[in-house]
Write a protein that binds this ligand. Structure first.
Ligand SMILES: *Cc1c(COP(=O)(O)O)cnc(C)c1O
Length: 533
C-alpha cells in the first residue's frame, strides 16, 4: 500500500482500475449506476393518485377536446415518488458542484454562493411574488430593484442601467440594440456597419453584433496578450459603429490602453461596448464609466455570486452612458413621492422624459430575474463597498498565486502578473504526446472539474484557470500540487495513462463534438431482444 501526497494510504491509480472486479449491479460503492428514466419508468407507475376518468363522451354530450383526445398511452415514464427522488438525487451526485470543490473554469467566476443570499431570495415576499402583482402591493420588490440599480450605477460610475436582461449574452444584446438605436437615430444606420472585437473575445460578442446587423472584424492581440493598438487604429473609419472589448480581457490581463481605445472609437463616431463579465477583478477598484465605456453588461451571476445562475437563470443588467440611456429598454423603475412604479410602455417612457425616452422597446416579459436581484443585493450589502473591493483584490491575489506556482512546470501564456485568471498554453506538453484535452481528463480523476480549455483562441491549447477569491490557501495548494504532479507525469512519458483518463468517472471519454453537432434529443426504445435460439 502506498501513501498519497496527503499522507493517506491509497493505491496507485493504475492498480486500482486494473484490480477492480466488475460488480453485479454496475455500482461502485456509492457511485450508483442509473439508467435513463425512460428505461425503467413504466406507464402504470405514478407518484400521485388521480381519480378515474369518467370515461367516454356520452352520446349527445359535447366532446370538449374536439376529438383530439389521446387514443393510446402517452408513453411517459411513470415513477413512484421514492423512485423519482432516487433517480434525480443519483443523477445530481454524478454532477460536480461549487459546493463540492474548486471549479476553476476561467471566465465563469465560479465563486462560493453565500447561504445568506439563498435565505434572502427565499423570503416569501420575494420568492412568492407574482409578476402581475399590482405595483402598490409590490413596493418592496420595486424598491429592491431600484436599490440594486443604484449600487450598479455607483460601482460602475455610469448614469443609467437596464435591469431586465436575463444573462450576460442578453445584456450584450441590450447594449448593442441601444447602439443600433442610437446610430439609426443619427441617420447613420446604413453607413455605420462595422463592429470591431479582439480575437480573444468571448463568442457571444461577435454573435451579438451580427444579430444586430453589424459586420464583425477581429483585432489581433499583441505580444503582451492585449489589443494591438496599431492594428486597431488601422481599422477605424467613418463606417465604424463601435468596438466590443472585454476588460480585464479573456487572457486575464488588464487592457492598459483602454482610455486611448475609447477615445479613438469616440473620435471615429462609434460607441464603446465593454464586456463586463470579468468585473469581478475590478469591482470597487475601477469604474468603467471613467474608462469611456458606453455600455457594459454585468453578470450578476458571476461577480455577485450564484455562479451559472445556480443552475437556473442568470442576470445581465446593462449599464449605459448618457449617450445611450435614452434608448434603454423598458420597463424601468421610477420613484415619485416615495412611491415606486414601473414605466412599462414606450409611450409612458416618452411622457416621463427620463432614461428610455427613445426606448428601443422591451427585451423580455416582466422585469428581469428577481431571484438573482435579491441574491446580488444581499451579496453587495453583506460585503459593503470595502468587502466588494477586497473580494476583487483577493481574486487577483489567488490567481497570481496559482500562476506563480504552476508556471514552474506549466507554460504561462504571457509574461507578468495576471488579473483574476491565469492563462497557460500547451508548450509544456510539447513532445510528450499529451494534449490539453488529455490533461483536462486526467484532472477529473484527481477530483477536479477541468479549467476552461481551448479558450481564448489566441493561444495554443489554452488552459484558463480562475480560482476566485473564495478558495482557501489550503485548497489552492492541493489543486496546484495535483496539476504540478500531472505536468511532471506528462513530461515523464506517462502518455498512456493520460489517453485512458478519466478511469474513475462513471463514463470514460464521450464524443463531445458529435454530442454538440448531432445531439440526439429523442429517446427511442431499443429494438426488442431476439429470443435466444
Ligand atoms: C460568461 C461570459 C459571457 C456571457 O454571459 P452569459 O451569462 O453566459 O450569457 C460573455 N462574455 C464573457 C467574457 C463571459 O465570461
Amino acid at each position: 500500500m502506498s501513501m498519497n501526497s496527503q499522507g493517506r494510504p491509497t493505491r496507485a491509480v493504475a492498480d486500482a482500475a486494473k484490480d477492480a472486479a466488475p460488480t453485479l449491479t454496475g455500482n461502485r460503492a456509492l457511485q450508483i449506476e442509473e439508467p435513463l428514466i425512460f428505461e425503467f419508468g413504466h406507464f402504470s407507475g405514478a407518484g400521485v393518485d388521480l381519480p378515474e376518468p369518467r370515461g367516454e363522451v356520452a352520446p349527445g354530450e359535447r366532446d370538449r377536446l374536439g376529438g383530439l383526445g389521446r387514443a393510446g398511452d402517452i408513453g411517459l415514464p411513470g415513477l413512484s415518488e421514492p423512485e423519482a427522488m432516487r433517480h434525480f438525487v443519483r443523477l445530481s451526485q454524478k454532477n460536480y458542484a461549487i459546493d463540492m470543490g474548486p471549479f476553476p473554469l476561467g471566465s465563469c467566476t465560479m465563486k462560493h454562493n453565500p447561504r445568506l443570499n439563498e435565505k434572502m431570495a427565499r423570503l416569501p415576499g420575494f420568492a412568492d411574488l407574482h409578476p402581475l402583482t399590482p405595483q402598490v402591493a409590490a413596493q418592496g420588490a420595486l424598491e429592491l430593484i431600484d436599490t440594486l440599480a443604484w449600487w450598479l450605477k455607483e460601482l460602475t460610475g455610469m448614469p443609467a442601467v437596464a435591469m431586465s436582461p436575463k444573462a450576460g449574452a442578453h445584456g450584450e444584446l441590450c447594449g448593442m440594440m441601444s447602439i443600433r438605436a442610437a446610430i439609426d437615430a443619427r441617420g447613420e444606420g446604413d453607413t455605420r456597419t462595422r463592429v470591431l472585437a479582439p480575437e480573444s473575445a468571448h463568442g457571444t460578442n461577435p454573435a451579438t453584433a451580427v444579430q444586430c446587423g453589424f459586420k464583425v472584424e477581429g483585432i489581433p492581440a499583441d505580444a503582451s496578450g492585449r489589443v494591438d493598438l496599431e492594428a486597431f487604429r488601422a481599422k477605424l473609419g467613418p463606417d465604424i459603429a463601435g468596438i466590443m472589448v472585454t476588460n480585464p480581457n479573456t487572457c486575464g490581463l488588464f487592457e492598459r490602453d483602454i482610455r486611448s481605445i475609447a477615445d479613438a472609437v469616440h473620435e471615429a463616431g462609434g460607441y464603446f461596448y465593454c464586456d463586463g463579465a470579468n468585473f469581478n477583478a475590478i469591482a470597487g477598484k475601477v469604474r468603467p464609466g471613467d474608462l469611456g465605456v458606453d455600455a457594459m453588461h454585468i453578470n450578476l451571476h458571476k461577480t455577485f455570486s450564484t455562479p451559472h445562475g445556480g443552475g437556473g437563470p442568470g442576470s445581465g443588467p446593462t449599464v449605459l452612458s448618457a449617450a445611450l440611456a435614452p434608448y434603454a429598454p423598458i420597463p424601468h423603475v421610477v420613484v415619485e413621492d416615495g412611491v415606486y412604479h414601473l414605466v412599462e410602455t414606450r409611450r409612458a417612457a416618452k411622457a416621463e422624459g427620463g432614461d428610455s425616452v427613445e426606448s428601443f422597446g422591451r427585451l423580455t416579459a416582466f422585469h428581469g430575474q428577481m431571484g438573482m436581484f435579491v441574491r446580488a443585493l444581499s451579496y453587495m450589502m453583506s460585503h459593503g463597498v470595502d468587502g466588494v473591493r477586497q473580494a476583487a483584490e483577493d481574486a487577483v491575489l489567488n490567481a497570481n498565486y496559482v500562476l506563480a506556482r504552476l508556471k514552474t512546470e506549466m507554460t504561462a501564456a504571457f509574461d507578468g502578473y495576471c488579473m483574476h485568471e491565469a492563462l497557460f498554453d500547451d508548450r509544456f506538453l510539447k513532445g510528450t504526446g499529451v494534449e490539453t484535452i488529455d490533461f483536462a481528463k486526467a484532472m477529473i480523476d484527481e477530483g477536479y472539474h477541468p479549467m476552461t480549455m481551448y479558450f481564448p483562441l489566441v493561444v495554443h491549447g489554452a488552459m484558463l484557470i480562475e480560482p476566485t477569491e473564495s478558495e482557501s490557501r489550503r485548497e489552492l495548494d492541493l489543486f496546484c500540487d495535483a496539476l504540478l504532479s500531472l505536468a511532471r507525469r506528462a513530461k515523464a512519458g506517462e502518455v498512456d495513462g493520460f489517453k485512458a483518463a478519466p478511469v474513475f468517472a462513471p463514463r470514460r471519454r464521450l464524443d463531445e463534438t458529435a454530442a454538440a453537432r448531432k445531439p440526439v434529443l429523442r429517446w427511442t426504445p431499443p429494438a426488442p431482444r431476439q429470443a435466444a435460439e
